[in-house]
Design a protein around this ligand. Structure first.
Ligand code: SAH
Ligand code: DHB
Ligand code: MG
Length: 232
């Protein structure tokens, strides 16, 4: 290895460059969209945290859902319905998306946003603790989903995975957001419970006999990531 290569590889990540690349991708592939911009505006106005997926990640979720030809989807963690809207747009006309949210205030904002986006008829928001709602669905014999997106509280991720697998079939795509946490999942004992939850989830999908998986780093303000799994 040349000295130049060695010194370059030890330089810190150029966050300004990553931000410019992200904007470049957005400019090319995520056209200006009043409905999605209104969605974020309404969420901000209502005081919701600005932790929705980025525009580029929304487009990625949309493309994965289309590639999987998903018409029955489950989302765990609705917030203001931003990722919900991206996923709903990927569904065929007879598709159905169920999204789970603990906070009734978030659900109310999402309901308004989904109505404005023309998606409310095909999206059902279920309010409550996701693990309980998932257990109810399993108990009621809910038919399997084509795609499941996990994005609620990170300490719950392993439980959501195990419950999701009971609502899946061979070929179901399981995605999860926030699985890198700016590299905190690399630590043996991550300092915060969100990173610990994400790390435990990553270990679980890596070892799971029913799953084939990968993690995709996602650049927002920091480096985070999306896990992509398919059920064998
Ligand atoms: N998917 C959204 C972001 C979700 S943020 C988007 O990208 O647009 C995480 C959401 O999970 C928050 O709205 C939070 O209220 C919700 N949440 C947290 N704990 C939960 C639980 N136990 N059950 C269901 N939802 C939960
Ligand atoms: C955060 C980001 C998320 O996408 C999420 O679902 C929850 C929390 C965060 O950056 O804190
Ligand atoms: Mg998230």
């Amino acid at each position: 290895m040349s000295e130049k290569t060695a010194s370059r590889s030890s330089e810190p990540i150029d966050e300004a460059l990553i931000e410019r690349i992200d904007r470049y991708i957005e400019r090319l592939f995520v056209p200006h969209d009043p409905s999605l911009e209104q969605n974020i505006g309404a969420a901000t106005a209502a005081g919701l945290p600005e932790i929705q997926v980025s525009a580029n990640q929304g487009k990625l979720l949309y493309l994965i859902a289309k590639m999987a030809r998903a018409s029955k989807m489950l989302e765990i963690g609705t917030l203001g319905g931003y990722s919900t809207t991206w996923l709903a747009r990927a569904m065929p006309g007879d598709g159905k998306l169920i999204t789970l949210e603990l906070d009734p205030k978030h659900a109310a904002v999402a309901r308004g946003n989904l109505e404005r986006a023309g998606a409310s008829e095909r999206v059902e928001i279920r309010i409550g603790r996701a693990a309980e709602t998932l257990r109810q669905m399993i108990g009621a014999g809910e038919p399997p989903f084509d795609l499941i997106f996990i994005d609620a509280d990170k300490p719950g991720y392993v439980e959501y995975l195990n419950l999701s697998l009971q609502l899946a079939r061979s070929g179901t795509v399981i995605l999860a957001d926030n699985v890198i946490r700016h590299g905190r999942v690399l630590e043996e004992n991550p300092p915060d419970e969100n990173a610990r939850g994400a790390k435990a989830f990553n270990d679980a999908i890596a070892a799971h006999p029913r799953l084939e998986s990968i993690l995709l780093p996602i650049f927002r303000d920091k480096v985070d990531g999306l896990s992509i799994s398919i059920v064998k």
